[in-house]
Ligand binder design. Structure first.
Ligand code: HEM
Length: 81
């Protein structure tokens, strides 16, 4: 939806741990994936992207190039970058 708040990269960067919350960005969207971390099929690796953009990591792990993965991600959208 277009009523989501706009966040700065600085704000996203602060959310870089389970304690502070785990946020990531993807194509201009901001996602709070804290609740997904423990159920991620790829385990703790997901925390490498905490506070950062997903793109460079997903470029390395092509398993994410599926509609299913984007559907999961969309559930966690909290804002716009
Ligand atoms: C696997 C989702 C971030 C590394 C998967 C799978 C899903 C998923 C659904 C299973 C795919 C399948 O087998 O069909 C996500 C989502 C992410 C995310 C929604 C972000 C919100 C990351 C990051 C990394 C990563 C940042 C690496 C730094 C992996 C690896 C696997 C995997 C290595 C393969 C695990 C295996 O099959 O042994 N991810 N992922 N993921 N993910 Fe992620």
């Amino acid at each position: 939806t277009n009523s989501l708040p706009v966040y700065s990269q600085e704000e996203v960067t602060k959310h870089c741990s389970i304690e502070k919350g785990v946020w990531v960005t993807y194509k201009g969207g901001v996602y709070d994936i804290t609740d997904f971390v423990t159920v991620h099929p790829g385990g703790d690796k997901i925390l490498l992207a905490a506070g950062k953009a997903l793109e460079p990591f997903w470029a390395l792990y092509g398993v994410h190039e599926q509609e299913h993965v984007l559907e999961i991600l969309s559930e966690y959208k909290v804002g716009i970058l």
